[in-house]
Structures are given as C-alpha cells and as structure tokens.
Design a protein around this ligand. Structure first.
Ligand code: MLT
Length: 328
C-alpha cells in the first residue's frame, strides 16, 4: 500500500474520523445534489398549491437546487401522501399538505400506510383561515339566513370539497354536526377546480381557505358569509366569525406543513427546515401570504420537533372527533 505523507494524513484523519462517527451526515453535506420533488396532494391552482409554490421558490434558492412542485390530487390528499410515504427517505421527495394528514388514519383505516408513522417532520408553514362562501347569486346574505336556506334545501344543497379528509371536507363535517344542516357533498381533486364550479354556479356552497377565496371575494365572483377562526381576519374585516354568527366555539384553520418519508436523516430535515424558515422570513412571501389572509408561522414552529408535537396531538384530537366516520 502506497505510504501517505504524514502532513496529508494529519489533515485527512480528522475528516475521515468525523465521517465515520457521524454516519451519513457529512456525506449529506452534498445534499441536495439534484432537484427535490415536493408533492402537493391536491389540484394545481388550489390553496395548498399556492402555499407550496410560494415557499418552494425561496427554498430552492437557499438549497441551491430546484424544489419542484408535483400535484397529485384525489381521496382528500391521502393518495399523494401515500406516494411520499413509500418514497426513498433520501430528502428528494417531500410532502406539503395540512391538517388533513392528521385525519387520514381515522377516515381511511385501510390505507397502505399509517399516517402517524409513515412520515418524519420538517416544519410547520402557515395556518390558513377558511371562509364559508356561496355562489354569488344565492338569495341570502348572512349566516343565519344561509343556514335556514340550507335547511330548506335539505340534501339538495351542494357542497364542494376536495374529498374525504380534505380541510374543506372537515369543515363541512364540523358545520353539519354543529348546525344540523344536510349537504350533498360534491368531491373534486382539490378546491381549485371546485371553486371554478362555485363561480359558475354549478354548486351552492363551500368552506375553503382564504388562499383560494380572497381574490374571488374581492372580485365579487363569490359571496362570503363567515370565517372559521376565533377572530375576524384583517383582509375581510366585515366578514364575521362563525362563532359570533351563532355557531358557538367554531374554530378551524388549515395548518400547513412539510413532511419527509420516515427515515429521512435528521441533518437533511434540519437543512430543509432552515431553508423553510428563510422562505417564511422572505418579505415577498410574507406580503403574498398577507394578501391571501394568512401569515408564516413563527421560526420556532418551522422545525421538525414542533411539527412532530403538533402532528401527534392533532392525530389524537381528530381520532376522537372522527370516531365512527371511517370510510370503507
Ligand atoms: C386544496 O389545495 O385543494 C385544499 O387544500 C384542499 C382541501 O383540503 O380542502
């Protein structure tokens, strides 16, 4: 074996030792070495797609490799999430979605993956309020009158959602539980396409994220009745909360987050989380979020640990709320 001069050995040894001791992390110094795919399990142009495309731009700049959005809608998002669950845990396939992932276990007991065990956390992104909106020609204008109208229509009232487990669906479930109205659910691959039908008057009502409704409300394409958060939101000051409109205690927002397949090394997830925090501190992103009725989470929430805690507690909460609602 060729003898290595002493000085070179003295330089190489620490590096080699560190690589051996810290396992794959140093090798990941080269991460990412190619483009990263971020799966959004809902149709393009919808609320989750909007959030993903906004943060992906700055994350790409930070990581030095493109973060490419791939939309895979269907089954409330559980199909696209499944795609990530079975992807290689190498940091090159990510999932950006929301609260829905915490409900998939309760709603889809036969899924080929366990949502609470199939993912490793990267970080929370934003908490998007939702709005109750209808087609613009609906002959009523406040929550009480809307609920009476819906009760009058009975099951003939059509309610657009992004499928079972989507937040537009969860909102409908909480609303029907709280008010007793009956709705005929019309599922889409995302609320992007559902919104087109609401604007066209093909469906009557939706509960959808401000990232998808604000522009249509401002353009008088649809009618707003209430927001689903405890407090009113800045960009819709005249739109009351559901709670102040009589649906006591109603409080729902679509917390969005980024996950990676289970087994994705911690150093890679920390690097992704750091690039996410940069994106959430980007004035362009902050401004766009504000114009769409939301805001970045605080830095300490855009971390693997914070998301993991939130995710596990939300799974427990929704397992109770959705007990007995499993889809066969
Ligand atoms: C979407 O992007 O289409 C939504 O996030 C779907 C939903 O959960 O309502």
């Amino acid at each position: 074996m060729k003898r290595i001069p002493f000085t070179l050995a003295a330089i190489l040894l620490p590096a080699t030792l560190q690589m051996l001791l810290s396992g794959p992390s140093l090798a990941q110094g080269a991460y990412p070495s190619r483009a990263i795919t971020m799966i959004v399990p809902a149709a393009a142009g919808g609320p989750s797609d909007t959030v993903a495309r906004l943060v992906a731009e700055t994350m790409s700049a930070e990581l030095g490799q493109r973060v490419v959005i791939e939309n895979m809608g269907g089954a409330g998002g559980s199909l696209g999430a499944g795609r990530v669950a079975k992807s290689a845990p190498d940091g090159y396939t990510l999932l950006l979605y929301h609260i829905g992932v915490a409900t998939f276990g309760a709603l889809y007991p036969d899924l080929p993956y366990k949502p609470g065990e199939a993912f490793d956390s990267v970080g929370l992104v934003t908490e998007v309020p939702l709005t109750i909106v209808t087609r613009k020609d609906l002959p009523v204008s406040d929550v009480k009158a809307l609920l009476d109208w819906l009760k009058g229509k009975g099951a003939n009232a059509t309610f657009g959602t992004a499928g079972v487990g989507a937040v537009s669906d969860l909102c409908g479930r909480l609303l029907t539980d709280a008010t007793g109205v009956k709705l005929t659910v019309v599922p889409y691959k995302g609320t992007g396409p559902a919104m087109n039908d609401l604007i066209g008057g093909q469906i009557d009502v939706m509960c959808d994220q401000t990232t998808n409704t604000t522009n249509q409300i401002e353009a008088n394409q649809i009618k707003p009745y209430a927001v689903t958060t405890r407090e009113r939101i800045k960009i819709l000051p005249n739109v009351p909360t559901l709670a102040e409109s009589g649906v006591k205690g109603f409080d729902l927002s679509a917390w969005h987050a980024i996950w990676a397949p289970k087994g994705t090394p911690e150093p890679i997830r920390q690097k992704l989380a750091a690039s996410l925090r940069k994106a959430l501190a980007d004035p362009k992103v902050i401004e766009r979020f504000a114009a769409l009725g939301t805001a970045p989470v605080s830095d300490d929430m855009a971390t693997p640990d914070s998301l993991n805690q939130r995710f596990q507690s939300e799974i427990k909460r929704w397992n109770q709320l959705l007990a007995g609602a499993a889809q066969k």
